[in-house]
Design a binder for this molecule. Structure first.
Ligand code: ADQ
Length: 467
């Protein structure tokens, strides 16, 4: 039976449910047959030699966790630099925020090479390797250059922009051609697949061989959409646990005479948070009946504070939120509560359930798991309404949400008003349809369909869980 090897920038302990759906799902697969999870340790060594890093391994159940440290110079150019200041903005269509410094890409290559060098000796002949996300796009090419012949799959968690946006990336040819070193490339949505296809044909000169297969450089890669889901059962269980129930009750009591709207995100410019606040302001201006009633709670977890664009966003948001409360607030009502922190995962289902409207309004998002969590957390008898950006990958699946254009402030305000006024029967109907789709395409479906397409045998995917 082949062994699964997962490679991602960061690791999580698969036995800790606090790690969230993805870590649990990957850990679950790794646990079934015993597997290896490889990535950065999270440690930065201030005087470390660039391109070098200490390898450490430890056991978590049947999973071996293997990590390397990063030298400070590599962390700055590979992680903060090329990954988060170049690839993240460009892949989210934000050329205006990209910092195209040439030395960043050097660090990015160096770390991918380092990962390949450290990983190769740990591999068995019949391993199947699953690489995750934009930090590690050229990893398979680096592994192949060292003689690696195992099957390698890649899953990109973020969106892919159209070819003409990608082409602004000075290294786009090198980066995109490195995809041919994979056997399978998985993307979040059909829109992403269409963009890669056009890139392959128009920019990379690849030959299309049907069923998502493209050939160039003597290799063939298959590209497909594998929309990621959440662990529905685990999230439902979390929702029934005391912490979530208490959170729900406390929120209902605190906002007993209010209609609660909720936003939960990482504080990232891709999430459309200022646009959401502007739409909320428009709602209060256009529909004054919401004054003293509609209350927006926004929980934005700190993220990448050391990257310039993120500190600018934080300032903009603080200004917008302060102005709403100043202009509309009263002694007994503050329209907006903005909390710049991460809430404990076990409380998230309770917060979602207490909210009549879930606002998920990214300008671009690979998928957006909060949209799915919000739906699963609802009371099926009296569910809230999901207002979802059409630019989230999730919008391809969640058609019964109220789909909005986050750049259209007025349109978004109208959609929020529709959500607040939606009759019970319509809410129930939309919720039931959304639930069915989210349940069908959960995180286990996602990993099984990706790994199945990569040729991993059913025995591995369905082997009994380790105790
Ligand atoms: P992210 O951009 O991090 O992920 P998302 O999919 O929304 O975004 O997942 C965030 C997770 O963190 C959710 O489980 C959510 O509950 C939790 N979370 C967010 N803010 C929080 C807060 N303030 N407090 C507590 N928990 C919070 C990337 C891509 C997405 C893609 C995922 C998975 O950008 O598009 O859906 O990977 O592939």
């Amino acid at each position: 039976m082949s062994r699964l090897v997962v490679v991602s920038n960061r690791l999580a302990d698969p036995r800790r449910p606090a790690a969230g759906g993805l870590a649990v799902a990957l850990g679950d697969t790794l646990n079934r047959t015993g597997g290896l999870w490889f990535g950065w340790s999270g440690t930065v060594t201030p005087d470390g030699e660039p391109g070098e890093g200490r390898l450490q391994t430890r056991q978590a159940g049947r999973v071996t966790l293997a990590t390397v440290d990063l030298a400070a110079e590599d962390f700055a150019s590979y992680y903060q630099g090329y990954s988060n200041s170049v690839l993240w903005p460009v892949f989210h269509y934000r050329l205006d925020l990209a910092d195209f410094r040439t030395d960043y890409v050097e660090g990015y290559r160096r770390v991918n090479r380092l990962f390949a060098r450290k990983l190769l000796p740990l591999l068995h002949d019949d391993d199947v390797i699953w690489v995750h996300d934009y930090h590690l796009i050229p990893l398979a090419a680096e592994l192949r250059a060292l003689g690696c012949r195992q099957r390698i799959g890649f899953f990109l968690h973020i969106p892919v922009p159209p070819p003409l946006i990608l082409a602004a990336l000075p290294q786009h040819e090198w980066l995109m051609r490195s995809l041919f070193a994979y056997d399978l490339v998985g993307l979040q949505s059909q829109a992403d697949v269409a963009h890669v296809r056009r890139y392959m044909l128009n920019e990379a000169g690849a030959e299309e061989r049907g069923e998502g297969r493209f050939a160039a450089q003597g290799r063939e890669v298959r590209v497909g959409a594998f929309p990621i889901g959440i662990d529905v059962q685990e999230f439902e269980r979390l929702g029934r646990a005391p912490d979530a129930v208490q959170t729900y009750e406390a929120m209902r009591q605190e906002y007993s005479r209010r209609q609660l709207l909720l936003g939960i995100d990482r504080l990232d410019y891709s999430k459309g948070i200022p646009q959401r606040v502007r739409a909320f302001r428009e709602l209060l201006e256009r529909y004054p009946e919401n004054e003293h009633s509609a209350t927006l709670v926004m929980i934005a977890s700190p993220s990448r504070d050391d990257v310039h664009a993120y500190s600018d966003l934080r300032q903009e948001l603080e200004g917008l939120c302060g102005a709403i409360n100043g202009d509309f607030g009263d002694l007994d009502w503050m329209p907006l509560r903005y909390i710049h922190r991460t809430v404990a995962r076990r409380r998230v289902p309770g917060l979602c359930r207490a909210a009549r409207v879930g606002l998920v309004t990214p300008l671009r998002d690979g998928m957006n798991l909060v949209a799915k969590e919000y739906v699963v957390a609802q009371d099926a008898q009296d569910p809230g309404v999901l207002v979802l950006s059409r630019f989230a990958g999730a919008a391809e699946q969640l058609k019964e949400a109220l789909l909005v254009n986050p750049y259209d402030t007025q349109g978004m305000a109208e959609a929020i008003q529709t959500a607040l006024r939606m009759p019970l029967a319509e809410r129930q109907q939309r919720h039931a349809q959304l639930m069915e789709r989210i349940r069908q395409h959960d995180v286990h479906w996602w990993r099984r369909s990706f790994l199945g397409a990569l040729g991993v045998q059913d025995e591995v995917l369905t082997a009994p869980r380790a105790a």
